[in-house]
Structure formats: structure tokens, C-alpha cells
Design a protein around this ligand. Sequence first.
Ligand code: DC
Length: 222
Amino acid sequence: MLMNIPVLTIDGPSGAGKGTVSRIVAKKLGWNYLDSGSIYRSLAIALLQKNVDLSNEIETLKVAQTLDLAFECDDGLIVKLNGQDITSQLVTEATGNVASIVAAIPEVRQVLLQKQKDFKKPPGLVADGRDMGTVVFPDADFKVYLTASATKRAERRYKQLMEKGIDVNILQITSEIEARDCRDKERLTAPLVQAVDALFIDSSAMTIDAVIAQVLSLVPQR
Ligand code: DC
């Protein structure tokens, strides 16, 4: 008999707090965690390392097909590309922008699909991204669409990057967030959209603890 592995998906735009919420919820439930953005971001780093022209979809696809990624859990998530630790490079805005550009290529999404599905292992999975509840895990047991105003998201992103010692400009962050929102929502394949069966949460005026409590209320406690 096939065992039912519960999946909780958390989709939404950049800076809505998905990462923080998903990590804490996964820990509280004792489930596995998929940060799907880190897969697209790792591809972005591989492309930047190889100096691939991003308008060359065939070369981009080749790099996606041979992407050698390993995820390790230490204090936090460690991502290795061809054995090299690239965790600190994942968070930059440049990486996020390139990730968003190549994520619009349908064949690239198809190639990266299985890597994401492989995270579904007992006792359960919390998956964070843009198309977790719509494309990657459409049969997920619990779905959330987490958003916040663009201004609030830019403020949070700014704080997060400054805390990591990355010097950024808030106006630039705001315009990059808006451009990324637009690209992720307007693309033809797997655009960012709320799944019909997802719980909508606007975190603009909520504390992180309140968001976590609302997400956890979806999952019956064992
Ligand atoms: O969640 P993030 O900011 O790390 O994601 C970076 C980019 O990767 C995002 O702008 C679009 C792409 N992405 C995607 O297309 N689908 C996902 N499930 C996750 C991320």
C-alpha cells in the first residue's frame, strides 16, 4: 500500500516571508523542507559561473540538465554545486533576478521538476516557491498563498540583506521586487498564481508568529 506523505505548499511573491515561515513550520512539524527557489538560484549561479548568455535557451537548458546539486542540513541549509558550497551566493538580488529570468523557460522548469518532487519523503514536506500548489504538488493536502504589499516586502528584504552584510539600496530593491513579481506572474508556464484551494494570507500587518500560527492551524496536530 502506498503511504500518504502529507505535503504543505507555501507559494507567494518574493519577500512575503515564505522562507522564514516554511522553515519554522517544517521544524515544528518535523517535516522535510523544500526551498524550490534555491534550485532556480543554483542554476543561476551555474550559468553565471559559466558565463552563459541568458538569451541562449539551448545553452541554459544544457546547464539545467547537468546541474549537480546537493542539499545538506547543518545549522541551516547548505547548498553545494559540483561539490562547492554556494550557500552564501544564493541570497543576492543578482542571483534572484537571473533565477527569475531562466525560470520563465518551460523546458528548464520541466528539467527541474523531478529534483523538486524528490523532496517528498516521510514523514511530510513543507514546500516553498511559486508553483508548489499549482504545478509541482497539485494534490498537496494543505496549501497557502502568502503575500504582502510590495513596500513591506522590499523593507523586509532590505533588512534581511543588510543583516547578512550585503549593502543594498531600498529603492533599487523595491523596483527589482516589482520587476520580479511581474516576470513571475506574467510568464506563460507555471506563473505565480494562487491555487484555488489555497488559504490566502496577507502578512503586511502580521507578525511572523501570527503567520506561523495561521499556517499551522491548517494541519491537524497528531
Ligand atoms: O523564492 P526565490 O526568491 O528564492 O526565487 C527566485 C526566483 O526563482 C523567483 O523569482 C522565480 C523562480 N522560482 C520559480 O520560478 N518557481 C519556484 N517554485 C521558485 C522560484
